[in-house]
Every structure is written in structure tokens, then in C-alpha cells.
Design a protein around this ligand. Structure first.
Ligand SMILES: [Zn+2]
Length: 177
């Protein structure tokens, strides 16, 4: 019986450890020391022609045509530096590095946006079933999708195309006054 209890508690411990989210950056980033956070979103509206001139072919395909980059191709996927991920098309700050985690999907994944109203949600049926698309609230650029299978504390997985993102590195010593 005693052995059984030991096995049970060992199993419980293993279970607890494997449930811990694999966050890459535990240090909380002082987002506002890296980027400005607008309190009101002023829409960025451009013609297709203008977007085509500003974005690369791949960026245009993902951001304006709602395409998906091939998994494991983004150089931001394994980026573990502290900083802020921004919208590639309009630079709106979207995700802080401390909410990035290794999801194993091949796309950069975050459990929470910097501000809820910086990202808009929409339902898309492109694969024949409903998925929640996420777009930049400022320029309506396609970012990716959000799924309810993420880690704590939100339980959400923002599955984002690296092509849709820029990255602003935080200062080495963000604690300085
Ligand atoms: Zn944008």
C-alpha cells in the first residue's frame, strides 16, 4: 500500500511538471520602455497598390491576402530575446516576449496580446470549419488565429505568422530608472 502511495505521488508530480507552460522568457518586459502604447487606435487605411509597394511579396500574401507562412520558417520562431513584437505593416505593438511560448506548431505562439483592443477577432471558415482569425486593429492586417488550447494564465494560443510581425528588442537593463 505504501509503495502504491509513493508511485501515485510520483505520477502526480510528473503530471504537475509536464503541465507547466514552457514560457521562453519569464522576465516580464517593461513594454512601455520599448514602444509607445497608443490609448486610441487611429486606423491605417491604404490601397492594395500602396500595400504592394510597401510590403514584400510574401508579406503581402500573408498580411493582406490572409495567407499562411510555411511552419518552421520564421526567424522569430526561436527568438528568445526580451522585447516587443509589433505589426509588420503598421508597427502597432502586439505581443510582449514574456507571453511567447514554445507551442511546437512551427509558428510563433503567445498566450496573450499586449492589449486586448490592439487585436480584432473574426470568424473564418477557410478550412471548412470555424476558426477565430486575429487581425491588427490598426491596419486590419492578418496575423493568424487564436485557439483555446494555450497555457496558463489565459488558456489561449495566439498562433501568429512570423511574417506579420516585427520585433523591437528591449534595452539590456530595463530596470534602470
Ligand atoms: Zn497593423
Amino acid at each position: 500500500m505504501k509503495e502504491f502511495k509513493i508511485i501515485l505521488s510520483t505520477l502526480l508530480l510528473i503530471g504537475l511538471i509536464s503541465c507547466t507552460p514552457k514560457t521562453q522568457n519569464v522576465t516580464k518586459v517593461d513594454v512601455e520602455s520599448v514602444v509607445d502604447l497608443p490609448s486610441e487606435i487611429e486606423k491605417v487605411v491604404k490601397t492594395d497598390q500602396e500595400w504592394k509597394a510597401e510590403l514584400t511579396e510574401q508579406e503581402y500574401y500573408v498580411i493582406r491576402d490572409k495567407g499562411t507562412e510555411r511552419p518552421h520558417t520564421s526567424n522569430l520562431l526561436d527568438n528568445k530575446e526580451a522585447g516587443v513584437y509589433t505589426c509588420k505593416a503598421c508597427s502597432l505593438p502586439l505581443f510582449s516576449s514574456h507571453t511567447k511560448y514554445k507551442s511546437g506548431t512551427g509558428w510563433p505562439s503567445y498566450y496573450e496580446p499586449i492589449k486586448k483592443d490592439y487585436i480584432k477577432e473574426d470568424t473564418d471558415y477557410n478550412l471548412g470549419y470555424a476558426r477565430t482569425e486575429v487581425v491588427c486593429a490598426r491596419c486590419d492586417g492578418h496575423l493568424g488565429h487564436v485557439f483555446p488550447d494555450g497555457p496558463k494564465p489565459t488558456g489561449l494560443r495566439y498562433c501568429i505568422n512570423g511574417v506579420s510581425l516585427g520585433f523591437e528588442k528591449a534595452e539590456e537593463d530595463a530596470d534602470k530608472p
